[in-house]
Design a protein around this ligand. Sequence first.
Ligand SMILES: NC(=O)c1ccc[n+]([C@@H]2O[C@H](COP(=O)([O-])OP(=O)(O)OC[C@H]3O[C@@H](n4cnc5c(N)ncnc54)[C@H](OP(=O)(O)O)[C@@H]3O)[C@@H](O)[C@H]2O)c1
Length: 324
Amino acid sequence: MAENFGKILLTGATGFVGGRLLHALTGHGMEVRCLVRSAEKLRKRLFPEEEVEIVTGDLLKPETLDKALDGIEVAYYMVHSMGGRTIGENKVFAERDRSAARHFVKAADRAGLARIVYLGGLGETGDNLSKHLASRQEVAQILSSGRAQITELRAPNIMGAGGAPFEMLRSLVERLPVMVCPRWIETRAQPIDIRDMVHYLIGCLREPATTGLSLDVGGPEILSYRDMMEIYARVRGLKRLIITVPVLTPRLSTYWVNLVTPVPSGIVNPLVEGLRNEVICRDNRIQELIPIELTTFEQSICNALQEVEKGPGKLMSRQSCFLK
Ligand SMILES: NC(=O)c1ccc[n+]([C@@H]2O[C@H](COP(=O)([O-])OP(=O)(O)OC[C@H]3O[C@@H](n4cnc5c(N)ncnc54)[C@H](OP(=O)(O)O)[C@@H]3O)[C@@H](O)[C@H]2O)c1
């Protein structure tokens, strides 16, 4: 498959979603060039049989981008700047993401890039949207302002070992027999399994009709965060008492989540702030364009727990990252 795309540029290959996508692309025999800040970090994550071209660069350093885009027709944009160690350090993520996207668009136009597949976030603009979700949408607009055609996949929480949504859920439910939770645990979302997400990302290449579209993607169930905690506890056979209180502000919630989870506060803060926004698909066009049988939330949790048993950052196999 896919030889006609030529070499594909992947940004964010050292990240949670980009890393899995990389294994899926190479598993399907595609030629991939990765733009990464640290070649060393990427090399450690490659499977022995995996061959990719690595170009060292930084989206915040525009002079490093021409080499990465040279001769490329299709690129995946899988980057965000959240993740500083402290809330203060992380305040500037939206500004960084704006600059990164602008630099990428300029370099893409210089290189004559034809197509960008961008993984953004669900959430309705104007609906008291969190800074994090608003930033994801701003990046989509910037990427659309260039000459390349963009496919935007708007995703909710992506569930898989090593990803922030699963790791936050896991630490909270594993460590706290009694959970005193803010009201946002009643907010609804439509979490999607990482394998299904990767399948959609690759499906966008195979299905030309996705070009130029902004498509919502989600899992098969709409669940509140309370439902997710309860399902996790049930899968693990843990008895948990969940009590909601009206007084926990996003900042206090962040401190509370930070106490029990290893996910850096720079990621926890914007994610927790975003939990007040429902992330539910507006439409299901993706299911007609790229039909797949979606994984239930419970099955996602079981899959992720199996990977956790292998050890931190260890995947079951390269094939386990994607559907056949
Ligand atoms: N995870 C989810 O549940 C979820 C849900 C919806 C949408 N998304 C979207 O999916 C995309 C990927 O998310 P993720 O969870 O995979 O994130 P992640 O694990 O935090 O990875 C982020 C990636 O971006 C790279 N990066 C950051 N700044 C960069 C820069 N200036 N130049 C080059 N690379 C840079 C990082 O490289 P380093 O390794 O060098 O830091 C890393 O590879 C994001 O757009 C995110 O908004 C994720």
